[in-house]
Design a protein around this ligand. Structure first.
Ligand code: AMP
Length: 440
């Protein structure tokens, strides 16, 4: 088992724990569990981690712990290859630091007016997150002083070297104290990275999340490539199309779980949340209702779903792709229990593709990519199901109560075909907006 700790086990300050809880993180990801304790001891590290593994918080949390917000000068420097990443990292760090040091992080990157950055730098932000070219520019202008830097982070170091930033990085690091702590994160470890680490890191610890041999349950695994904002729509189509008796849907944070449950309930689905913020009593109640099939969609975080053993779960959905392959295997193992068949569906957005490929590689599982089902396909399936039901009800006779109503309509120059088509249209419209409500 890859080591995974709760945030409480990581010896973090209350301010950070509160921020992490606000962000809805339920437990530390493998890279966080491995890296945070070592960084907090003051050691240099080389971390092999990809985007999506939670690496930003892995270095961001110890960086925030290291700064003193009362000192109005830069104490930590994070170098990133591109401006989008610098902005993203600054955003994540500012969320994590909101109780200890609000707006401690300032992103500086090429393309933004330099005067504005100078003004922001004059306020003395504690954490600078920048692209190498622009950081060097500020150093040369005398608008950024790195003499009090305690921690320097090279994020996506392989990318930075590929982009030709080696000289800039070296020049920047020479402007920081040699007593600094240095953290290097890279998805790959080519020779150039090893050389860079040898030159600028002191006796570094290498942290690579171990990939264990995993036994993947033999269930059908399907995935869709879909933009994030279209996931809800796709998910409801899949539910309508497959109509699984019970499903478990996984999200990566408690907050996302709550949001999805609200969205689903608003659309008329019988969905409930289960995650670590709920009391044991509430969790038991939800699970009881799920077993009794009063709730047929359970939206869960990994931690909350760990003990779940319900035999009729016909489908598992990865609404968000998990941060490591073990969680993936564990999630999909919630279906196909007690010898029953099950399906696992993964909804993969562009940003999650690398992580998903990693999961595919390490699990060696057969995963089939399917096109997103069209609205028409879903309608067709729904109509076919309805026709079967209509045939059954006609077979049962007992329509005396209703036939006079239809007859009264037929007097107004309306055919029975018109009436039937109108009723079908009304039914389809009603079930599109509120599937479950119409069913009851
Ligand atoms: P990163 O690998 O740093 O780009 O992080 C990818 C995403 O995972 C970001 O949206 C983070 O906010 C989120 N994240 C980081 N750590 C955790 C965690 N322990 N649990 C859930 N989500 C996390």
């Amino acid at each position: 088992m890859t080591k995974k700790l709760t945030f409480n086990e990581l010896n973090l300050s209350k301010d950070i724990l509160k921020a992490v809880a606000d962000m809805g993180f339920e437990e530390a990801s493998p890279i966080q569990s491995e890296a945070i304790p070592v960084i907090l001891q003051g050691k240099d590290i080389i971390g092999q981690a990809m985007t999506g593994s939670g690496k930003t918080a892995a270095f961001g949390i110890p960086v925030i712990e290291a700064i003193d917000p009362k000192q109005r000068f830069p104490q930590a420097l994070i170098l990133c290859p591109i401006r989008e990443l610098a902005i993203q990292v600054a955003g994540e760090i500012n969320k994590l630091s909101k109780y200890k040091a609000p707006l401690a992080a300032l992103p500086i990157y090429g393309g933004q007016p330099i005067e504005r950055q100078m003004q922001a730098l004059r306020k003395g932000p504690s954490i600078i997150i920048g692209t190498p070219g622009r950081v060097l520019d500020h150093i040369n202008r005398g608008t950024l002083n790195l003499k009090n830097i305690k921690i320097a982070v090279l994020d996506e170091a392989d990318e930075m070297l590929d982009m030709g930033f080696r000289d800039d990085i070296e020049a920047i690091l020479r402007n920081t104290p040699t007593t600094r702590q240095t953290l290097l994160f890279s998805a790959t470890m080519p020779a150039a990275i090893i050389h860079l680490a040898r030159a600028y890191l002191k006796d570094p610890h290498t942290i690579r999340v171990a990939h264990e041999k995993l036994t993947v349950p033999a269930i059908e695994q399907i995935y869709f490539e879909i933009e994030s904002f279209k996931k809800l729509d796709l998910f409801t189509r899949l539910i309508d199309l497959h109509d699984p008796a019970l499903s478990i849907v996984f999200c990566n944070t408690k907050r996302r779980v709550d949001d999805l449950v609200s969205d689903l309930q608003a659309r008329g689905y019988a969905a409930e949340a289960i995650h670590g913020d709920l009391t044991q009593q509430k969790r038991n109640k939800v699970m009881e209702r799920f077993r009794r099939k009063e709730v047929d969609i359970l939206v869960a975080t990994d931690v909350a779903a760990r003990g779940i053993d319900v035999s009729d779960v016909e489908a598992v959905f990865n609404f968000e792709i998990p941060q490591d392959e073990e969680s993936y295997v564990h999630r999909i193992g919630r279906t196909g229990r007690a010898g029953k068949s099950g399906k696992a569906f993964s909804l993969v957005s562009g940003g999650e593709m690398y992580r998903f490929r990693d999961i595919k590689r390490y699990t060696k599982a057969v995963m089939t990519r399917l096109p997103v089902p069209s609205f028409q396909e879903v309608e067709e399936v729904k109509i076919n199901k309805l026709l079967t039901t209509i045939r059954k009800v006609i077979g049962e006779k007992k329509l005396e109560q209703y036939t006079p109503v239809i007859e009264s309509l037929l007097k107004d120059d309306v055919t029975s075909l018109d009436v039937a088509a109108t009723l079908l249209k009304m039914y389809m419209q009603a079930t599109t907006t509120s599937k479950k409500a119409a069913r009851r």
